[in-house]
Design a protein around this ligand. Sequence first.
Ligand code: ZN
Length: 275
Amino acid sequence: MRIFISVDIEGVAGVVDGIHGRPGNAEYERARRLMTEEANAAIRGAFAGGATEITVTDSHGPMRNLIAEDLDPRVRIVQGKPRPLSMAQGIEPDHDGMVLIGWHGAASRFGVLSHTVSGKAFSKIEIGGVTAGEPTLFAGHAAAIGVPLLAVSGDDRLAEEMAEQFPSTRRIVVKKAIGAGAANALSPQSSRDLIEAEVAEAVRGAADRQPEQPCPAPFETRIRFVRQVHADGAALIPRAKREDALTVAYDTETHAEAIALISALALIVSGVDPA
Ligand SMILES: [Zn+2]
């Protein structure tokens, strides 16, 4: 049984502030260790639940946060960017299930460090009228190629989003959101124990799961930027529809196409910072 695990950092127990996700400081070095150990817990659980082959994808910011030499040696690791499928890079139609560890709520929704792809670039993303978090896009892509979302870990608000969009997915709550930069969390060790047990159960039930799709393609991808100048640039793309000062919409044929579009725009915004 082939399992795909994508690991982000904002939803990890012990992570509460943007500093934890930004390389170049001691708090980030702690946070990436916590992230690596939650990944290891999910790997142990997945193997215990019957996985025979696991790919782990590093899905935060620079996408090279997981400490490769500390990761369970039984897995393959996808790291680095840019890459066409971003947080879902490495998933294939013959995977039996997807697991998301350390994920977070959608841009415009309440939660610890909620955002969609880039908090600096986007204040809200909708696909087909559905408020899109990262699971909407990336687990949506998995569903489109026939892979069910088995389990998701993060805060309690992410769990609410999953209940709406992927109701059969196992929800692993390692912290309660108090605000964008505050949480009431399990200890890292308790979080790992919970993740290991829950992922094992989820993987054990993988054969009975069907993919759930909150937003079938094709759909319109509507992006509200944080700054007008970035919307001005995004509106230059052929066939873009400018809706207002901050909002640009595009017709997209597939989840993969929307992911590539959003990734490209985030990359451009990260390099454009006019006064
Ligand atoms: Zn992240």
